[in-house]
Write a protein that binds this ligand. Structure first.
Ligand code: ATP
Ligand code: MG
Length: 297
């Protein structure tokens, strides 16, 4: 299978029920690919992305919102770093969402994400996102208790309601020119353990390790169930989820870059064309510049 076809298999089909365990292998790598070939392909993907971004920025019609969700140590940070390495920083922004502040808790749950949306022409990355509101908040019900919600909003059916709200929110974004791409970096529990141990054993990686990560790991099954429910309710035609194998970082990066490239390609982006009037202005400016006298060349 070509990479283009492979990445199609990572999409969670809208309206179907998937099982993470049965349908998505965290250790998958296309067997014909080796790490070196993949490196070269990633490099090409990054260059292509830079070209699309240039047009996206010039055209100033679409924005692209890229969401990353994953368990700890799945490689969100390093995927963002590698995949975005070729693009113009002016056209890109990254927001990492942590535990909400008191001010944020005093607003509706989409508020802080809404404020961070990319402007037209930009690529905006959410390192964690409003999906935490149906993931960590679901796995730890005491977080919901801290949200100052009326009791009806907290009650029965809350997760279905939030799924609907999120789907509607994303539909609104897409119909207004914000393309929404959602990636789940699908790491296995064994590989997470290996990466945690590496963070503990290598001094230069110690800063990445927090003991709360190990505490969260104890909730692994609850998280997987919550993620599955998220995919089954919020992978829509307008904003699909991609479940990306994450046990091999080189394959994660390649796949993410390929999905972003294909999505940008499908937008058929175009540099703006000049109006007759604007063209005339350019010609006049050119004439003025060329007829300047007295300047040293
Ligand atoms: P890294 O560990 O790679 O630096 P990270 O994204 O895990 O990055 P942390 O500071 O370790 O960053 O963790 C952020 C924490 O904030 C996560 O445990 C996440 O679940 C939590 N969080 C994010 N959004 C919310 C939210 N809306 N409500 C409650 N907790 C949240
Ligand atoms: Mg963390």
């Amino acid at each position: 299978m070509k990479l283009d076809q492979i990445i199609k298999t990572f999409v969670v089909p809208s309206g179907k029920t998937i099982s993470l365990k049965r349908d998505y292998d965290p250790a998958y790598t296309a067997d014909y690919l080796n790490k070196e070939d993949a490196q070269k392909m990633l490099q090409d993907g990054i260059e292509q992305l830079a070209k699309y971004q240039d047009i996206l920025y010039a055209q100033n019609t679409y924005a692209v919102l890229i969401i990353f969700q994953a368990m700890d140590a799945a490689g969100k940070d390093s995927t963002i770093k590698h995949v975005m390495s070729g693009i113009n920083p002016q056209g890109c922004q990254v927001f990492s969402f942590k535990v909400p502040s008191a001010e944020e808790l005093d607003h509706d749950y989409l508020w802080r994400y809404f404020k961070a949306l990319p402007e037209r022409g930009r690529i905006g990355i959410f390192n964690r996102s409003y999906y935490e509101e149906v993931l960590v908040v679901r796995v730890h019900p005491e977080i919901l208790e801290r949200q100052q919600l009326p009791s009806a909003a907290k009650g029965k059916g809350i997760w279905e309601r939030r799924f609907d709200e999120i789907n509607n929110f994303e539909k609104y974004l897409v119909s207004n020119g914000v393309i929404v791409l959602k990636f789940f970096l699908n790491l296995s529990k064994q590989e997470q353990k290996k990466r945690f141990l590496k963070r503990i054993n290598q001094p230069e990686k110690n800063w990445k390790f927090s003991s709360s990560d190990v505490r969260e790991r104890a909730y692994w099954d609850d998280y997987m169930a919550a993620y599955e429910d998220v995919f089954n309710h919020t992978s829509t035609k307008w904003a699909p989820w991609y479940v990306i194998p994450a046990d091999h970082k080189w394959f994660t990066r390649l796949s993410v870059a390929a999905v972003i490239d294909r999505t940008l390609e499908s937008l058929n982006l175009q540099y703006p064309t000049l109006s007759q009037e604007h063209r005339q202005e350019l010609l006049e400016a050119k004439e003025m510049l060329e007829s300047e006298t007295g300047d040293a060349e």
